[in-house]
Design a protein around this ligand. Structure first.
Ligand SMILES: [Zn+2]
Length: 118
């Protein structure tokens, strides 16, 4: 058989709605050596000891990679996910505004060039 036995994604012939269980820990916790310069500035996952730069990143990792969360960890994950959604919304708004300004500038510049050159 060709393929990776650990690849548990459903194929085109698999019946819909039947998804195999996913090992969430293996998905987002790679076995990579991490060299941390400033241990005091690192927020480590209490489950897998993975280091993160920000507390919010650690909270997101906890909620997405570990199932056995305490109530305060669940609340921190939900707050971090909501803050992440807000940041993503503002990023999308900045992209849309930037594209709008670029498009308008291009149209105005093109109109001015065509108008002056005849
Ligand atoms: Zn972890």
């Amino acid at each position: 058989m060709i393929g990776n036995e650990e690849d548990a994604r459903p194929g085109p012939d698999d019946p819909p709605g039947e998804r195999p269980p996913v090992d969430r820990t293996a998905r987002s916790t790679p076995d990579v050596e991490v060299d941390v310069d400033d241990e005091a500035a690192v927020h480590r996952c209490p489950r897998c000891d993975r280091p993160f730069r920000a507390e919010r990143q650690r909270d997101l990792h906890l909620g997405e990679s570990h199932d056995d969360l305490a109530d305060d960890e669940r609340a921190a994950y939900e707050a971090a996910a909501e803050a992440e959604d807000d940041d993503l919304f503002f990023f999308h708004m900045k992209v849309v505004i930037t594209l709008g300004v670029l498009y308008s500038s291009t149209v105005l510049l093109y109109t001015a060039i065509v108008g002056f050159t005849g």
